[in-house]
Design a protein around this ligand. Structure first.
Ligand code: HMH
Length: 221
């Protein structure tokens, strides 16, 4: 028997907001094949910039793990995350060139700038490991859930978007997100009330930025 973790409790408590991200109209439009390709291209270009800012954020989580973690296994999981981002950046470049999107000319939109600003604030050494690893989990998990939903039974995503969906919707990525969730749960179980409150506030903040990011890509800003 295993006690239910803080992450599951928060996922239930904030289900509407989580669904607002992972069942966003843009996600549903990929799933049912009705997506406007201009939205996809906009998302691709903006997410490339986001991922470039995500690399130093993940590196900062690695530093916090090294300084603060009580379990040595955390570092390998986070290091795996850092390493896979090299591949991801290369994928964005290939995908952009397939779609005729010029990444050197992309201008970051307001929602993207704000989200990258949040990442940067989380890189601050004063932000603790528990907050940072929970943010890291949330950012990865919403993409995992969103894109897995697009390729589930009964979905009919455009064939040219299947590879994108599989990048985040695949089983190995789901397992990796589960490892991050396990670390976050372990930390949250031992956290003070103040740390818990801070982490929950940050989580809601991340989810709101994710909704804004989808809205931006769809052109609803
Ligand atoms: C906006 N959130 C956004 N972009 C991403 N690439 C990820 C999350 C990764 O999980």
């Amino acid at each position: 028997e295993r006690k239910i973790g803080v992450i599951e409790t928060w996922s239930r408590k904030h289900r509407l907001l989580f669904d607002g991200v992972t069942r966003h109209p843009l996600v549903l439009s990929i799933r049912d094949g009705s997506i406007n390709i201009a939205s996809f291209k906009k998302w691709l270009a903006q997410d490339y910039l986001f991922v470039r800012a995500f690399v130093p954020f993940v590196a900062s989580v690695l530093i916090k793990a090294w300084k603060e973690s009580d379990e040595s296994g955390d570092m390998e999981i986070i290091l795996g995350g850092v390493a896979s981002l090299e591949n991801e950046i290369a994928w964005f470049k290939r995908e952009a060139s397939k779609w005729g999107v010029s990444l050197s000319e992309v201008v970051p939109q307001q929602a993207n700038k704000k989200y990258c600003g949040l990442l940067e604030s989380l890189m601050n050494p004063e932000v603790g490991y528990t907050v940072a690893i929970t943010a890291f989990w949330a950012i990865e998990a919403v993409y995992q859930e969103s894109f897995a939903h697009c390729i589930e039974e009964g979905s009919k995503p455009p064939p040219e978007l299947k590879e994108t969906c599989e990048r985040w919707g695949n089983e190995a990525f789901a397992k990796y997100c589960q490892s991050l969730q396990n670390i976050a749960n372990r930390r949250l179980q031992k956290a003070s009330d103040e740390e818990l409150k801070k982490t929950e506030v940050m989580l809601l903040n991340v989810l709101e930025h994710e909704v804004d990011f989808w809205n931006m890509s769809q052109g609803n800003v």
